[in-house]
Design a protein around this ligand. Structure first.
Ligand SMILES: C[S@@+](CC[C@H](N)C(=O)[O-])C[C@H]1O[C@@H](n2cnc3c(N)ncnc32)[C@H](O)[C@@H]1O
Length: 240
């Protein structure tokens, strides 16, 4: 596992948790809560400081959060909320076969090097008929060198767009997401994810591509265009 999650856990917690990130408050957490309502045992793989685990536990599920980072888990336990936490790797979950009704992977798959080991573990711990919810940065729009481009036509009119970098080849990116914080991302085309899940009997039942939150749209030069380009992708899967 990338050491950054241990050394920079406080950075992640300050920048993305406790309601400071609109993608979580307006999109990710409501999307997951709606789809996990009534689930019995939920395993939150790569749970971080527990911002997904806590509301799901509060809604009545038994939640086990698993993370490889001790610094994230110390914070998760400190923040309380009724979920159980255990240290472990996504590629070797410390859980019994068929023990979960649902598995959540929230902004985790793009940080794990061995996709097939990760997917194999999700399939192993899910009971038949159980579901997996995967939230990731949209692979098409977060391919290497993808970015928002401000351009201007010959008459000075705005021609703003989202540039898509090399999408099909898999790639490893060490991205400086904040000064001094380098996070490793594994870029894979969407087909690599869907086919890897399908090979383990995890079939897509729903796909969501939400428009970015308002806060994100307004900082770009063409908010109407920005509203048409999703940053996130949710896949709901069912184990056959
Ligand atoms: C971007 S954070 C997301 C945290 C949490 N899912 C959330 O949405 O708030 C990624 C988390 O995945 C964990 N992680 C990354 N690679 C992992 C691995 N191979 N095994 C277990 N945890 C991992 C990190 O420690 C970190 O807490």
């Amino acid at each position: 596992m990338d050491e950054v999650w241990e050394t920079q856990a406080a950075w992640w917690q300050a920048r993305f948790t406790r309601g400071v990130d609109a993608e979580y408050t307006e999109q990710i957490l409501p999307m997951l809560a709606a789809r996990l309502a009534g689930a019995g045992t939920v395993v939150d793989v790569g749970c971080g400081e527990g911002q997904v685990s806590r509301p799901v536990a509060a809604a009545g599920s038994v939640v086990v959060g698993v993370d490889g980072s001790a610094a994230q888990l110390v914070e998760a336990v400190g923040r309380g909320g009724g979920a159980h936490y255990v240290r472990g790797l996504a590629t070797g979950l410390p859980l019994r076969q068929g023990s979960a009704d649902a598995v959540v992977l929230c902004l985790v798959v793009e940080h794990v090097a061995d996709l097939s080991a990760l997917v194999g573990e999700v399939a192993r711990v899910l009971r038949p008929g159980g579901s997996a919810l995967v939230v990731m940065n949209h692979p098409l729009l977060h391919s290497p060198d993808s970015c928002w481009v401000d351009d201007w036509g010959p008459d000075g009119e705005a021609e703003c767009y989202w540039r898509v970098g090399p999408y099909l080849p898999e790639a490893v990116l060490d991205e400086e997401v904040d000064p001094g914080v380098v996070v490793r991302f594994w870029h894979r085309p969407l087909s690599a994810y869907v086919n890897s899940f399908a090979a383990q009997g995890l079939l897509v039942t729903e796909m969501v591509e939400p428009a970015p939150p308002q806060d994100f749209q307004v900082v770009l030069s063409d908010p109407a265009m920005a509203a048409t380009v999703p940053r996130l992708l949710l896949l709901a899967l069912r184990k056959v």
